[in-house]
Design a protein around this ligand. Sequence first.
Ligand code: SF4
Length: 947
Amino acid sequence: MRSTSAHATYAPHTTGATHTSHTTGATPGRSSGHAAGHACIEQRIITSCTRDCPNSCGLVATVRDGRLVRLAGDPDHPLTRGKACVKAQRYVKRVYSPERITHPLLRDHRHQPWRRATWDEALDRIAARMAAIRDESGTEAILYYQGYGERTALKLLNRYFFNLFGGVTTLRGSLCGGTGQGSQNLDFGQRVSHDPLDHCNSNSLILWGRNPASTQISLVPILRDIRKRGGTVVLVDPVRNRSAPLADRHTAPRAGTDAFLAMAVTKLIVRAGGEDREFMERHAEGAAEYLRILDRYTVDDLCARCGVNVADAEFLADTMLRQRPTSILLGWGMHRHEAAHLSIRAVDALGAISGNIGVPGGGVSQGFEEYGPYDQQYWGDGLNPPRRTLLLPEIGREILDARDPEIRMIMVTAGNPACMAADAGAVARAFRKAEFVVYSGHFMDDTADLAHVFLPATTFLEEDDVMASYGHNYVGPVNRAIEPVDECRSEFMMFHDLAARFPFADRFRRGVDEWLHDLCAPVWAQGCTPERLRAGACRLDAPMAPYADRTFPTPSGKFRFMTDFDPAGLGAVEPGYPYRLLTIAPHGYICSERTMAGHDALTEVALATEEAARLGLSDGAVVRVESSVGAVKAILRTADGQRPDILVAERGGWNKAGHGLNLLTRALSSRVGCGTPYYETGVRVAPWPDDGVTGLRVLVVQPGNDAPGGSFCKELACCGAALTTLRTGREDALPPRDEALAGYDAMVVLGGHQHCRDDEGSPHFPHLMDLLRAFDAAGRPVAGICLGAQLLARAHGGRPWTKGAPEFGFVPLAPTEAGLTDPVLGPVLSGALPLPRLMSFHADTFDLPEGGALLVQGARCRNQCFRVGNASYGFRFHLEVDSSTVEGWVEMLRKGRMSEYAACREKFGGAYFDELARDMPLLVEASEAFCRKVAAAWLGLARRQVD
Ligand code: SF4
């Protein structure tokens, strides 16, 4: 182990961060005590972020009375130094999300609803199916899909389990950095990056496709420090990402053509006599051939090919000449091209020719081996003859095409391939073809929807483990901060208990500490101890500046320049699809770590403002984005200053939430490193075709602040409707009748705590009811939800009244005969039998107005959904709720913050709310699916005639 204190030049410690002792308390890494003046017990636990992010931050988890309340950066982490991103704080909500699945679930067929199961039942079923499939078709009929969501030491044992079982089909290639790694291995012999703290020695730094503001927050103070010292930071990226304000200059090459820019800069450096001749002649091979490749082009030609001004290339060259050493940090986006190796190798060559290889503060750095520090025999790959692997970048087609044996069972851990893998449509088809799918995760996401068994996994805050990084040289402790939520189990425990059902049980049956003792043997060999690691991160024995002795693990011992350069197709535009789709890392999320409630109605795509104008599209337009693979609906955002040949969107949105950008991406493999060239997808953009619904104007009236439009309004927006929401509870005024009729095609009135007959307390109610009647009389659809339904009934003569006891919770409902034959809701109701339990929260109800037809009835409160007049529908139940709304209501009732519903609190105690919280993920899931169909059918009433 080495100390990092040698780099004393870097001292931008975050101020104001919580200080915590690493060593106090009975358990290393935990400090505890009674907070002064409080009866509660508060602990601060040192741990490490294990999410799919290069920073692997040191974190402090604050736990109060056993509940996680805060997650913040650990100021004592030697590298990340108290930095942690917005995603860390959000993770607390994720741990306790009402959508998180916290009990094992089973179903026999995908069209069936899930049912809760015990762990024994779930694991017995998996073990039985594995054994049956092995006996009938061989072990390779099982695919183990190990995702990148978490890459801790114990995750090695997942594959070990399958190897003990006999070896199953696994994956090869990568969705992420494989191309960069493969390419740098060609040049250096082995990809080894500069320690991030070595960038403190840089006088200039190039973020080549990297966006630390969103994906590597600990670099931000280093960048600021370089600039403060008079150095220069340049961002090279087709997209003006969030790190642009941290740079002195942003250069935006055409996507996938970075090789030409790197070559132009190299030529300029050579032209200025700034090349490192000694390195080229003594420590490298192929330099002369590479210079001959450069001779094929002029600087003007190279700049034209990558679409940048010569002045941009000159600025880069000048910076590298004047401000040595220059550190070049490669991002992950530039890997996402079929021939990305040409760009990466050209940048490596630039680093070499400019004299930055093996130099402190220099280097071309891409990443680190996150599984490198462990004893890799525990993958168990040597236990069997080599087994089949499928190409991850093309996994959908690979599964569909697999023969002898076909893939019959898939088990997925820490991944969401139905959302995140390229050509997600093919992935979904492939998973549907498999007869048995097991999914271990946290949420009912796109892949979980395709499974037969859902195993609820713990988060890293509920686990003990060890975490290395692909962004730096530290291994950090993963210390359990809280007990597992409900019945969640770590993947380690899942495989441990699954192994117990097979004859090789004894080979797996050991505790976490015992396993970590062996898995991390190479770490202990470097001087760290398990006790020390539990207390905080240890640095691996890796160089700060690799290749300082100018010897490389290549056959010749020299750096290798690229000697073949065939640029055919580099940056090519697919005929008919003029924009490269660049799906960049979101700022607020890691990949698909989202919830249904956390999605906007439609995904947003950004197009250059002038380009949008040329297409006749304005900001906010509903557009169709189409590739050769698929099409999605999206909201267009215009972006000033963006390149005209790209369409930019944040990746990770779920298909089931209407996002699903990987429904567009082509399944290809990069030519080096088996990476996934997502950015080889060309798209075209057009206004969403006139389907008679897109562009309908809907007036949404929200009387209560705590009852938003939820899934109902989200679905209307997904259908392309333009919603105007008036919060009358916050004094928004309703428009006059004529103005409303002129301005809107349909009207929705949501819920609220008011009594519908209390005109004194809500003086706008008479006018609101007048609008409800006017819209109906004009044949414009009206929907009233809860309070809105009461107002609708009252507007048409129905008598409102207060029930003896309030109703709160998801209640069973049944359609009436009139409901099943209703022209609008009939198809939805008959297609959803038995109806899902739907949320009720009310004390008031109503008699049906004259002429009204009851469509859905309940046992305790009969009038649940009705039709009245020409086009008006009232929903007594809250079909619109999403998980955050219900969670908010439960919290309000628990804390007695809703005095209007005090009776609810008296009637429903803590046990009732606990039960509701436990069942909420599936209840909300079913309710939302039902709601979306109802909303779309209702909006169809307003459909315009389309030629
Ligand atoms: S997501 Fe990344 S930046 Fe954020 S806390 Fe985790 S490791 Fe740090």
